[in-house]
Design a protein around this ligand. Structure first.
Ligand SMILES: [Zn+2]
Ligand SMILES: [Zn+2]
Length: 250
């Protein structure tokens, strides 16, 4: 992802997560806040409670978005885990997290779509240019080859007629034609190779995390991606989102 896109993502995320609240997570200089925070407080990060805060999940990765502006409380996390086990209703919290996940993933979906479109346009233009070049070089080669063949026939005829001087003149022409033929052959091979390479190298976009993947990537590199922190976190966020939306669509 381009860094400007990442910046925008961060800005949007700040808005979503409420950056205006609780700038000091340590509590000092927060004189107006006398009481202990409660789990329902607006400044408490509900995503963190469910282990789904993107700020935390992507920390230290290429998609690091900085620090969450809301309060990350281990205490509430433990409380949530325990009380969910006990069957307590947390729909108010889960619906809030569902909302946040929705917006966050929509943004990523948009990035995926944009990246796919950009790849499509770019590679189509390039491939079309290469195809045109291949067609042009194929024609050039055909012309050059026919010139070589015709000249060889003419030299044969002249030799049969004993016209040695004319035949020698044509030999020079033949050399020229052969150089041209070899040149176009090389050009055609080059154009063919680059089209093949381009088709193989075509990038694709990971539909889970919007990263670019190459078809030439080795299995090891692909595995590294699919086991990477960013990819796995998106899978986690998407799975949990799916789960929650199913739970609350009934
Ligand atoms: Zn958070
Ligand atoms: Zn991925």
């Amino acid at each position: 992802m381009a860094s400007s896109a990442r910046y925008e993502q961060r800005q949007l995320l700040d808005q979503l997560m409420g950056s205006d609240l609780l700038r000091s997570r340590n509590g000092h200089n927060n004189n107006y806040r006398q009481r202990e925070p409660e789990i329902t407080d607006h400044q408490v990060c509900k995503n963190y409670i469910m282990g789904l805060c993107p700020y935390e999940l992507f920390q230290g990765t290429k998609q690091d978005m900085g620090t969450c502006k809301k309060l990350h409380s281990e205490k509430f996390r433990i409380q949530y885990d325990r009380e969910v086990e006990e069957g307590k209703d947390f729909s108010w919290l889960e619906l809030e997290v569902l909302d946040r996940l929705h917006d966050f993933l929509e943004l990523n979906n948009y990035n995926i779509k944009t990246a796919m479109k950009a790849l499509d346009n770019e590679s189509n233009v390039q491939d079309d240019m290469m195809r045109k070049q291949i067609n042009a070089e194929t024609e050039n080669l055909a012309v050059a080859e026919s010139n070589v063949n015709i000249t060889i026939q003419e030299i044969k005829k002249l030799n049969e007629l004993g016209e040695i001087e004319k035949s020698l003149q044509l030999m020079d022409k033949l050399k020229e034609y052969k150089v041209k033929r070899d040149f176009h052959m090389k050009e055609l091979r080059k154009a063919n190779d680059s089209l093949t390479q381009s088709l193989q190298q075509k990038l694709q976009v990971c539909t889970k995390c919007s990263a670019y993947l190459s078809r030439l990537d080795s299995d090891k590199r692909l595995a590294d991606h699919f086991l990477g922190k960013i990819h796995l976190n998106y899978v986690k966020l998407r799975d949990r989102y799916q789960e929650l939306s199913e739970k609350y669509s009934k």
